[in-house]
Design a protein around this ligand. Structure first.
Ligand SMILES: Nc1nc2c(ncn2[C@@H]2O[C@H](COP(=O)(O)OP(=O)(O)O)[C@@H](O)[C@H]2O)c(=O)[nH]1
Ligand SMILES: [Mg+2]
Length: 280
């Protein structure tokens, strides 16, 4: 899990780096988490990249509701963005990204031509908050291991351009942006998917949120897997999960702490179904 803490100094530094990078690029590829497209979007990215072509990647779409993701794609398209649902771990799902890149590059080239600029490569920058899958996306797009994957921002140093297709280049280092840390709802959503340092939010409180989501959006699975009923509260859900999985403490009582961790892991790994936390 990402345990990166954002302080004002970090944010200022990330902003400066982003502003530098943006100067030399034509197309911004914004990676969002498909389960929480709003909460996982950097609050200042719109103003920072004004005038640039954009592609929104709804990443980890394999963990989000297909229907809701489709609604998000339409929502972003209505706002004039290119939006592509994506599973960055699956290289096969890259054809629609290539189409979006083509279209963004074409627009850029037309603009260049009008200004008399010829044969200049169209340059892309992948950016997003930590843990949305920037490195995984870059790796898969380039079909070779050019970027290190891991949960810590800043593992890659020094910048290079990677050729994505003829006349299109990608900056090998993604732009790392800060999340919406001032907004409690976003913070809760980021914590639920495991993209925010959990310590900021009490574990039991966070489970109350998860319990609510699971009963509302994954009830059949919860019922089938753990025998959970619609009337069960969060404490009962933990009891039943511990019982079903035979999780017991030394004295013989059900180990609800372990059950809680189990449910978080299962949810985050997609084992309880494809669940979106935000709808347009
Ligand atoms: N299920 C799923 N996991 C993904 C996807 N993309 C990235 N991940 C995982 O998300 C975690 C963070 O990915 P990483 O590329 O390091 O994120 P970064 O911090 O934005 O560079 C890793 O465990 C990846 O394997 C995706 O599309 N689907
Ligand atoms: Mg990374």
């Amino acid at each position: 899990m990402a345990t990166y803490h954002w302080y004002p100094g970090h944010m200022a530094k990330a902003r400066r780096a982003m502003e530098e990078d943006i100067k030399v690029i034509d197309v911004i590829v914004e990676i969002l988490d498909a389960r929480i497209p709003l909460s996982s979007r950097n609050p200042d990215i719109i103003s920072m990249g004004s005038g640039k072509e954009r592609i929104m990647i709804l990443n980890k779409a394999d963990l989000a509701s297909e229907t809701v993701t489709r609604e998000w794609v339409n929502h972003f398209k209505e706002d004039g963005y290119r939006a592509v649902p994506m599973n960055s771990r699956d290289k096969r799902s890259f054809s629609s990204v290539m189409k979006a890149i083509d279209s963004a590059a074409e627009k850029k080239r037309e603009r260049d031509l009008k200004r008399g600029i010829k044969n200049r490569p169209v340059r892309l920058l992948v950016c997003g908050i930590p843990n949305v899958g920037k490195s995984t996306f870059i790796n898969s797009l380039c079909k070779r291991n050019v970027a290190k994957t891991g949960n810590k921002p800043g593992v890659t140093k020094g910048k290079q351009w990677i050729s994505v297709q003829k006349g299109v280049e990608l900056m090998d280092t993604p732009g790392i942006l800060w999340p919406r840390i001032d907004d409690p709802v976003s913070q809760k959503n980021l914590a639920l998917i495991g993209s925010m340092n959990d310590e900021a939010i009490n574990r039991d409180d966070l489970f109350l949120e998860l319990a609510f989501v699971l009963k509302e959006k994954a009830f059949p699975v919860m019922h089938e897997k753990y025998g959970i009923e619609q009337t069960d509260d969060a404490a009962m859900m933990l009891e039943k999960t511990a019982e079903k999985l035979s999780m017991k403490k030394a004295g013989g009582a059900y180990d609800t702490d372990r059950a809680l961790e189990h449910l978080f892991t299962a949810y985050r790994g997609g084992d309880l179904g494809r669940i979106s936390l935000e709808e347009p």
